[in-house]
Ligand binder design. Structure first.
Ligand SMILES: [Zn+2]
Length: 445
């Protein structure tokens, strides 16, 4: 059994993964702020770290991995949306949390073991702030509770930012009551009309960073194995999580930090004004979730990935091929070693996909199915997959029957019959493609 190696952002190198307790491997991924539908960029960490969850379960056993992914259900964006619609924040957060769970399931992401909500952890947050104040790491000022950055000697070691960058990053809300310009908010006051909770420092609500530290403490413990998220979270979010948790507990917070790279769409940063903005909700209305999932896995998770409708269609065609090959085939009992080995090397999904392609032959279809299903693909039957795919006037089953008939004709060297079947199908808008791994079909363009 080979070891798992993961790139640890903290050390800036690939390291052998050694869990604190192999009977309970603990991982946490920062979840969504539920004020709107998730976009395709939000889906990338969900899909790549779902792959990690699957790998850890395979390695340590399904019951020995705890995966927590939170919902940030209190935030100024949520409050604004609730205001605009004239509804409670709960109406907004329930709506988008539900859509998120459904959308991510459509992308083949397994349900995390725990999905805690920030607003259900207010007492834990108050306790953590009290500890931080007692220990001289936080202070109250004008209804706020602030974390005092200079109180932590090694603050900034995850992002490796200079003092100037730290100050610039914290400038989002310049406030005269800050003791140091790099100090950040743990708690802020709420007005009468705003949603808030009672605290020793008045009625208010938590800052974003504090939530994750408290949910991790409560559900996973003071030191955990893996904490993951998008690379845009390294600073300030993850840096501040480290500050809060390590200054509260006086011990290392996370052993392995993992971050996925950026996602562009059609080669550009996604934006509503460029017209290249895709929510997962819209995409899955028209495209299979597995094609989206496979598109997101074609690049290594630390590299940038470019998403486009064309790249997704290309992955759809790859899945079509795999579905045809594995139709009626029982998956092998074991996940192919080539797939597992690729993933153990810092989640090398492009290599794992290449391993699946190498197994895309009639002789190895059972292995292909086992490997693909392990990666969250080929999860439905071929009939379901191709449903509604055939042009008018012919069913998928009929097409497959014609292909089988043509194969027989070719075996009997009856090439006239073989060509006739091909032409008949073409007249119905179906293009046959003969390849090394057999005959596949697609709708003619
Ligand atoms: Zn977080």
């Amino acid at each position: 059994m080979t070891d798992i190696y993961l790139y640890n952002t903290l050390a800036r190198e690939k390291q052998k993964f050694v869990p604190i307790d192999p009977k309970n491997v603990r991982m946490y991924v920062c979840g969504p702020t539920v004020w709107d539908y998730a976009h395709i960029g939000n889906a990338r960490p969900v899909v790549v770290f779902d792959m990690l969850f699957r790998l850890l379960r395979h390695e340590y056993g399904d019951d020995h991995v705890t995966y927590a992914r939170n919902f940030t259900d209190i935030d100024d964006k949520i409050m604004k949306r609730a205001d605009d619609e004239g509804v409670s924040i709960r109406t907004i957060t329930n709506r988008y949390a539900k859509a998120y769970v459904e959308d991510m399931a459509t992308l083949g992401a397994m349900t995390p073991t725990i999905q805690p909500k920030a607003t259900e952890h207010i007492p834990e947050m108050i306790r953590m702030m009290q500890t931080l104040i007692e220990r001289g790491h936080a202070y109250e000022a004008e209804g706020h509770v602030m974390f005092n950055v200079p109180s932590m000697e090694n603050y900034g070691r995850l992002s490796r930012h200079s003092r100037d960058e730290l100050v610039a990053g914290a400038r989002v809300d310049v406030a005269p009551f800050k003791r140091d310009p790099a100090d950040f908010v743990l708690w802020k006051p709420s007005s009468e009309e705003q949603v808030g909770w009672n605290s020793p420092w008045g009625r208010g609500r938590p800052g974003w960073h504090l939530e994750c530290s408290c949910m991790i403490e409560k559900h996973l413990g003071e030191t955990i194995d893996i904490h993951a998220g998008g690379q845009d979270l390294i600073f300030p979010h993850h840096e501040n999580e480290i500050a809060q948790s390590e200054c509260t507990h006086g011990k290392q917070f996370v052993n392995y930090w993992m971050h996925n790279g950026y996602l562009t769409v059609d080669g550009e940063k996604m934006s509503k004004s460029l017209g290249n903005f895709h929510t997962v909700h819209d995409l899955i209305a028209e495209h299979p979730g597995e094609a989206i999932r496979l598109s997101l896995l074609t690049a290594h998770y630390r590299q940038p990935v470019d998403f486009s409708l064309e790249s997704m269609r290309e992955q759809k065609r790859r899945l079509d091929r795999w579905y045809r090959l594995t139709d009626g085939v029982v998956a092998a009992a074991d996940v192919p070693t080539s797939v597992i080995e690729a993933l153990k090397d810092d989640l090398n999904t492009p290599k794992a996909i290449a391993a699946l392609d190498a197994l895309a032959t009639p002789e190895t279809a059972a292995d292909l199915k086992a490997g693909a299903q392990f990666m969250g693909l080929l999860a439905v039957g071929a009939t379901t997959w191709f449903q509604g795919e055939a042009p008018e006037g012919i069913s998928v089953a009929d097409i497959e029957a014609k292909i089988a008939e043509r194969l027989d004709a070719r075996k009997n060297k009856d090439f006239a019959a073989s060509d006739r079947i091909r032409d008949e199908l073409l007249a119905m808008g179906i293009l046959l493609e003969d390849g090394a791994s057999g005959t596949t079909w697609r709708k003619a363009d």
